[in-house]
Every structure is written in C-alpha cells, then in structure tokens.
Design a protein around this ligand. Structure first.
Ligand SMILES: NC(=O)c1ccc[n+]([C@@H]2O[C@H](COP(=O)([O-])OP(=O)(O)OC[C@H]3O[C@@H](n4cnc5c(N)ncnc54)[C@H](OP(=O)(O)O)[C@@H]3O)[C@@H](O)[C@H]2O)c1
Length: 236
C-alpha cells in the first residue's frame, strides 16, 4: 500500500463498514517501513519511509477523524506507533521549520529517513491532540525493541544499533507478545490518566518526546503543509 490512492481506498472501506455517519472508537496507526527501503519513491514521489510511515497516516487521520469524533462520550482515540528513533533524532529543525521539500528526496541515509518519518509523526500527533482537545485522545507509543519480521530484515548495521538500544533501554529484544502490551495499554488506558499528544514507552510509561516537540513553528508549518498535501487524495 505504497500509494496514497490505496490508503484512501482503505479509509473509504472503513467508512463504509462503519456506515457513515457511524463512529470509530480507536484508530491504531502501526503499519510502517522499518529501515526498509533505500532509494526510490512512493507513487506520489515521497521518500518511502516518509510516504508510508507519515503521509499515509496523515491521510487516514484526515479521512477517519469525523468518525472518531463521533465516538460515544467523546472518547475517540488515535494510537500512533512511533519509535525511540524519533526521540533520538536531531534533524536540523532547530534552525527553523522543516522543509517539506526534503520529504521528497530519496537520497537521505535509510536510518535518518526512518527517524525523520517518526519525528514528523510525533509532531503531527501533538498538533492533532492540540486541535481536538475536547473530543479526541491521541497517544504516541513506542513498543520497545521488538523481534519482528521488520527488524529481522534490517541490515546488520541497523540490527546492531537496535540491539544496543534494546539492551541499554529495555534489557534486550522484546518478543512480539510483549511488544503488543503497549498497544493494548494505549487502547485501554482511561482518558483521565493520560496526556493527549504524549509519548509513552513500554508499558504506559510517559517518556520525553522528541527534541522538536516544543517547536511550535515547526509543528505548524508541518501540519499546514501536510493538510494541503493529503487534502488532494482525501477528496478525489
Ligand atoms: N520492531 C521494533 O523494534 C519497533 C520499534 C519501534 C517502532 N516500531 C514500529 O512498529 C511498527 C510495526 O513495525 P514492525 O517491527 O512490526 O515491522 P514489520 O514486522 O515489518 O511490520 C510492519 C507492518 O506494516 C505493514 N506495512 C509496511 N509497509 C506497508 C505499506 N506500504 N502498506 C501497508 N502496510 C504496510 C506490513 O504489512 P505486510 O506484512 O503486509 O508487508 C506489516 O504488517 C512500525 O510502525 C515500526 O516503525 C517497531
């Protein structure tokens, strides 16, 4: 599902299934490329990590937000699966707002592309939470360093980096069964006990977000640019 048209079709399928104007309680945004592809672009010309891990999520949110906001008790929830890579990445945003044009370049090293897509997701989630305080809860989660098909396929260099971080932060690789626990927590945690837009490590542990979370100007530029980009696909 590398093209936004396919993502749009998936969102339409969901909307048909909930029989608009029905509602959605939870949207979990998990699908992602994990250090997966170097070079090339998605059908729309985005760097692959940015296209799949960021733009596709933004389009899904955009299309499914009205149904989430109709959830009973204003209890709709978005769970965005991020990564420790987002917390560690220093992407040059300190010099000003992000340059969205860079999202289309396919020359960035693979680790940086992955981290950049995850930072963008976190900033978007914070803005989403801020703009929908009354009727949406947005949780950004990190599952730990999990032994999945995705991490198994990564290069030796990336697997070594993941292993070291896993060891330092979580005592080693987590099994897929344990890796699911933070997802379950994010779906079940009581709204009053969480901070919408917050970054939560395993399991349900509030952690510092990215270096860029407090950069309001960067968040605003990214949000507005992203909305303009996905609007085209949402409305075709
Ligand atoms: N594993 C970790 O240590 C770790 C750590 C931090 C964050 N994460 C995050 O956790 C999420 C899941 O990662 P994972 O480790 O479970 O990776 P994975 O084993 O590679 O699983 C990725 C999932 O995303 C789907 N996917 C990938 N590209 C897609 C596309 N273009 N369209 C539709 N679906 C697509 C895959 O579907 P198919 O199987 O059909 O290809 C698969 O279900 C990712 O967002 C990742 O960044 C993982």
């Amino acid at each position: 599902m590398s093209s936004l048209s396919a993502v749009r079709n998936a969102a339409r399928f969901v909307l048909e299934a909930v029989a608009e104007p029905g509602h959605l309680n939870i949207l979990i945004l998990n699908a992602g490329l994990v250090f997966a592809q170097s070079g090339g672009t998605t059908a729309e010309g985005y760097e692959p990590h940015m296209g799949v891990n960021y733009m596709a999520n933004a389009l899904l949110i955009r299309m499914l937000l009205p149904a989430l906001k109709r959830a009973p008790g204003r209890n709709g929830r978005v769970v965005l699966v991020s990564s420790i890579a987002a917390r560690l990445a220093w992407l040059g945003l300190e010099t000003g707002p992000p340059d969205p044009a860079k999202f289309k370049d396919a020359k960035t090293p693979i680790g940086r592309s992955y981290a950049r897509s995850k930072v963008a997701g976190v900033l978007y989630a914070i803005e989403l939470a801020k703009r929908n305080q009354d009727d949406l809860t947005v949780l950004v989660i990190h599952p730990g360093i999990v032994d999945t098909p995705g991490t198994a396929k990564a290069s030796l260099l990336h697997r070594t980096v993941l292993y070291i971080f896993g060891l330092l932060l979580y005592g080693g690789y987590t099994t897929p069964e344990d890796g699911c626990k933070n997802y379950l927590w994010a779906c079940m945690a009581k709204r009053e006990t969480v901070e919408s837009g917050g970054f939560y490590g395993p399991v349900g542990r509030r952690e510092k977000g990215t270096w860029h979370d407090g950069n309001e100007a960067a968040r605003k530029v990214l949000w507005e640019w992203t909305e303009r980009e996905v609007e085209v696909y949402a409305e075709v």
